[in-house]
Each structure stands twice: as C-alpha cells, then as structure tokens.
Design a protein around this ligand. Structure first.
Ligand SMILES: N[C@@H](CCC(=O)N[C@@H](CS)C(=O)NCC(=O)O)C(=O)O
Length: 216
C-alpha cells in the first residue's frame, strides 16, 4: 500500500489526501510531527533531504516529494489534470502562484499564530505575511469573478492546491468575509464528490509514528 508521510493538520499533506480521496487511492499514513522537530530527524532527512512533508512512498519503494509534484503524478489520466495544453498551462500557473505567492504567507501565518508562541519575535514576519497573503486572496477573488475554477475551466489539482490553505486562512488571521468569490469557490470545492475535511483521518491502516516505521 502507498505510504504517506505527514501530519494530519498539514495543508500540504491534505492536498494529497484530498486527491487520494477523490480518486479512491488507499494509503497508510506515517505521522511526522513537525512541532516536535521530527522533520529534522536524520531518519526523515534520509527520506526527504529537504525535510518537508508530504512524502509518498510507492509500492516499488520510490519516493515522491513536493505536494504539487505528487498531485501531478497521481492526476495523470484522470479528470483532475486537463488534457488540453492551454488548460494544463493554466493549472500550472496557479500551482506555481500557490507555491510562491500564496502558501508561504498564508500557511506561514497559520503556523506562526497557531503552532508557535507568537510573542517570540515574529511580529514583523506576521505583518509582512498578512500583506502578501491578502494580496494573493485578492488576486484569487478577481480571477473567480470570471471563472469558476483554477484548473483550466474545471475542478482540478490547482483548485486542490489552492484550497488547502485558503480554507483555513482565518487561522492565520486572514478575513475571508471580504472575498465573496473565494468563499463561493470554497463551497464549490467542499461539495465535490468524495471531499474530505482537513482533519478527517484517511489512513486505510493504523497510523504509525516515524520512529516505529524504522523498526519495521
Ligand atoms: N513546497 C513544499 C512545502 C512543504 C512544507 O512546507 N511542509 C511543511 C508542513 S505543511 C513541513 O514539512 N515543514 C517542516 C519543517 O519545515 O521542518 C510542498 O508543497 O510540499
């Protein structure tokens, strides 16, 4: 069975779990506790030298890293990756936007405000992320005024990539009430068949911890 390394509340891991749910792909999850520093452990750095989740281990032992690359891999030959070159380019445009202009400030503030002691000298970073993230949300809202989706005219992997941290942006201090088009799009995503909420466990076998995994 496919192994997915990552923690449940991670938006980047959720992207993969949401696509797996839509496609009916079974996986077993290995917990890698970021807040306990487990992404820095030598055992994990051997799996992904970058030290980030998600990581997917295929049945032949090969490893896939980077959420966008993993979405690309599993969406091939499915409706979640368009067949037309223009729509593919549009999908990639929004996935690159997500990785550079959207996820760093929005996920960054969600992490700093929700998972760290925010009095620990992060004030200026939180402020800069707030401005960058708000800009990204405005760009999305403007796009959605003329289009229902981000993946070339239909729901696809760019929508999944952008949904992961947009739907929890309020945990990072962002006000979604001012982005009406974004809120409608969030509802459209959540009404897709086999949608799962972020914290719903999807592992088809008991979740193990990284330490246990390396004793197997
Ligand atoms: N570009 C990467 C980013 C992944 C990422 O930032 N993962 C976070 C969790 S959401 C992580 O593993 N952080 C651990 C750390 O930085 O030590 C992707 O899209 O997969």
């Amino acid at each position: 069975m496919i192994v997915l390394y990552g923690f449940l509340a991670s938006g980047n891991v959720y992207k993969v779990r949401l696509l797996f749910s839509h496609l009916g792909i079974a996986h077993r999850r290995v917990e890698v506790a970021q807040t306990a520093g487990h992404t820095s452990l030598p055992a994990f750095r051997r799996i992904n030298p970058v030290g980030k989740v998600p990581v997917v281990k295929l049945d032949d032992g090969s490893l896939l890293t980077e959420s966008g690359a993993i979405l690309y891999y599993f969406s091939q030959g499915t409706p979640f990756w368009p067949s037309d070159l223009g729509a593919q380019t549009e999908t990639l445009r929004w996935m690159f936007f997500e990785q550079y202009s959207h996820e760093p400030p929005i996920a960054g503030n969600r992490y700093l405000l929700g998972y760290t002691d925010q009095r620990g000298g992060f004030g200026k970073t939180i402020e800069a992320n707030a401005a960058r993230g708000e800009h990204a949300l405005r760009v999305m809202d403007t796009h959605l005024a003329g289009s229902s989706w981000f993946s070339g005219g239909r729901y696809g992997i760019a929508d999944i990539a952008l949904y992961a941290y947009t739907h929890v942006a309020e945990e990072g201090g962002f006000d979604l009430s001012v982005h009406a088009q974004v809120r409608r799009w969030l509802d459209r995503v959540a009404s897709q068949p086999d949608y799962i909420p972020l914290l719903q466990e999807t592992s088809a076998a008991p979740v193990t911890r990284l330490e246990e995994e390396h004793l197997r």
